[in-house]
Every structure is written in structure tokens, then in C-alpha cells.
Design a protein around this ligand. Structure first.
Ligand code: SF4
Length: 333
């Protein structure tokens, strides 16, 4: 049901320009795979924009949480955000206002959502749900946000804080209840609320209880997500015992390896880009520290960056041998 309601709002925001651009991207992706050379016939249809790198939590597999970025940290300027939407909004079918950091820490975050919504862009975000205060809940409901992904990985404080270090489960629960209650009062369907549970070795025993918890909270969807582990070869206590929820399996040589076989393809490189708070364009959300900066939006246009030599070379390497690129080695896309 949630997928249908989300799809309805997605379709309502489509235009012929967006549909034809999307179709051209798919066609050029297929053609590129066939000739093994990157060809692009459209502009980005999805974008992730990072409101801020700041975060209130200290999650162990996240550079925001670990405060370990080598790239600059900060908050996106309003002018830059508006410029990106003004230049690209007419092609965008999906805008994820999230990359690293907690979006609600940006004082203008919900103004950004409103701005993009007014330009008829489908908006989504991801949050740890520690800032769903009365005021923020009202603003969220007014903003036009279509999808709110709440990251929550434990149904008891003890287990929750194993990964979400510094987090308070009671705060998440209170904020979510308030949002769901106020949304129902308004008889509104949006934002759709997805509870995203990162399954690790430390919380997998709570999966049965989680389903009841999600029902009790009346979230719209529960998604179980596998965890990406940076140094997985020698194993990690974060890798779940139930291999169904793991990206990795133990190989014959005693080393852990990716479960999924890597193929020399990646639709994401034809679909869209990720933009850091200071306007760097990076290929995807796996490039958390911005090792592959394709261009800089403070003085370049995305339209030009999208097909520049650096981007084309990156796509060429992907089609030739994905393992040549370090970030792609640990990616299950
Ligand atoms: S890490 Fe590589 S394969 Fe994975 S989404 Fe990014 S570009 Fe694609």
C-alpha cells in the first residue's frame, strides 16, 4: 500500500520533459553497456544533496559519526541550494535531501524542502529522528516532503545505542508518534514514513519484536537494510549471523567477501549525482569522503560536469572493470 501511495505522488509530479529525459537515460545506459563505452543522452534525473555534514550521533561506520572526514565540513548555503534546484529541477524525478550528517541540524533544511516541492520535485530525506519537535513536525507537514526515512536500529535503548552511539530511543519514539499523530489529524498521507533498520550482529535478535514495534508505531513501511562494513575481510561483530541480512559471506580462504558478484555496470552513474554541502559533485553515496570530485557547482553547471572528461573516464572504468575503482569494490549495487 505504501508503495502505491508513494508512486501516486511520484507520478503526479512527472512532466513530459522528465519522462523523456528518464527514457533517454535508460536507453543510453543500455546502449553504453552494449558498446562498452559511456554514452549519455539525458541529464541527471535524481540528486542527493547534503544539507550538512554535522551529526548529533557517533555511529561507528559513518564518517560524520566518527568525525573522520578529510574533506571540509559545514552547511550548504541557501543560494547554492536554490541555484542547483533552479538549474536542474525541471529534470528531477527524485531529490534526496541527504548524504552525510543529520539534515534537521541545518536551520534552513525544511525551507529547502519547501523550495524544491514548490518546483514540483519529489522530495525525500533520511533522519535519525532526534529533532522531530512540535515546531519541526508542523514545518515538515507544511513543507511538501514526500518521504521520510527514519534510521533506527534497535527496539531497546541498550541495543539501539550499540550502533547509534549517543542516541536516545525514547526521543525517536516520541518524535515519530508526534509526526504520525499530527499527520493523521490533518488527514494527510505525506510524508510517507519508512522505518529503516540496519541489521547487524548486535541487533538481529530483535527482528521479530521489531515487526510488532513498527506496527505499534503505525509507520508506513519497514525496511531491513544490510550494513556496509569498511574492513570486512577479517570479519566484524557487525556482520549478522543470519547471512540473509549480510552483504558478506565467509570465503573458503577464511576471509570474508562480498556475497553478490560484482558486474561491470552501475545504473546510478547514468541516473544522477551526489552533491556535498559545498557544491562538490561526487558519483554516488559510497564516495562519502569525496575522493572522486567530478566538478564544483559554485562555479560550474551540473549539465557540463555530467559529461566532462573525469565523469566519462569514471564511467569507462566501471564498464571495463569495476574493481579498478576502490569505492566500487565494496558496493552491492
Ligand atoms: S560505488 Fe561504484 S558501483 Fe557502487 S553505486 Fe557507486 S559508482 Fe556505482
Amino acid at each position: 500500500m505504501n508503495k502505491l501511495i508513494t508512486a501516486y505522488s511520484y507520478w503526479k509530479l512527472l512532466s513530459w520533459r522528465k519522462i523523456s529525459n528518464y527514457s533517454l537515460l535508460i536507453a543510453s545506459y543500455r546502449y553504453s553497456r552494449w558498446i562498452k563505452k559511456p554514452v549519455l543522452w539525458g541529464r541527471p534525473t535524481t540528486l542527493s544533496i547534503e544539507p550538512t555534514t554535522s551529526c548529533n550521533l557517533r555511529c561507528p561506520e559513518c564518517p560524520s559519526g566518527l568525525r573522520s572526514f578529510s574533506r571540509p565540513t559545514g552547511m550548504i548555503q541557501e543560494d547554492l541550494f536554490k541555484k542547483i534546484i533552479d538549474d536542474n529541477g525541471q529534470y528531477l524525478t527524485y531529490l534526496h535531501l541527504y548524504f552525510q550528517g543529520e539534515p534537521y541540524l541545518h536551520p534552513k533544511f525544511l525551507d529547502f524542502v519547501s523550495y524544491a516541492s514548490q518546483k514540483k520535485v519529489f522530495t525525500a530525506t533520511s533522519t535519525n529522528a532526534h529533532y522531530l519537535t512540535e515546531e519541526n513536525v508542523e514545518k515538515t507537514l507544511n513543507s511538501g516532503l514526500k518521504q521520510l526515512i527514519v534510521s533506527m536500529d534497535g527496539i531497546s535503548q541498550e541495543v539501539y545505542q550499540e550502533y547509534r552511539i549517543g542516541g536516545k530511543l525514547s526521543k525517536v519514539q516520541a518524535g515519530l508518534s508526534l509526526l504520525i499523530h499530527k499527520r493523521a489529524e490533518r488527514k494527510s498521507l505525506y510524508p510517507r514514513i519508512i522505518l529503516q533498520f540496519l541489521v547487524t550482529g548486535k541487533n538481529e535478535h530483535q527482528l521479530d519484536g521489531l515487526k510488532d514495534w513498527a506496527k505499534m508505531m503505525k509507520v508506513d513501511e519497514l525496511q531491513l537494510k544490510t550494513a556496509q562494513i569498511y574492513d570486512f575481510e577479517n570479519g566484524s561483530e557487525l556482520i549478522p549471523k543470519n547471512i540473509k541480512y549480510s552483504r558478506y559471506i565467509l570465503g573458503k580462504n577464511g576471509k570474508w567477501e562480498l556475497k553478490k558478484e560484482i558486474e561491470n555496470k552501475c545504473w546510478r552513474m547514468w541516473q544522477g549525482s551526489v552533491i556535498t554541502w559545498d557544491g562538490r559533485v561526487v558519483p554516488c553515496c559510497f564516495d562519502k569522503d569525496g575522493e572522486h570530485v567530478m566538478g564544483q557547482l559554485t562555479y560550474q553547471r551540473l549539465e557540463d560536469i555530467w559529461q566532462n572528461t573525469k565523469y566519462i573516464d569514471f564511467r569507462t572504468s566501471l564498464l571495463r572493470d569495476r574493481k579498478e575503482i576502490e569505492i566500487c569494490k565494496n558496493c552491492t549495487t
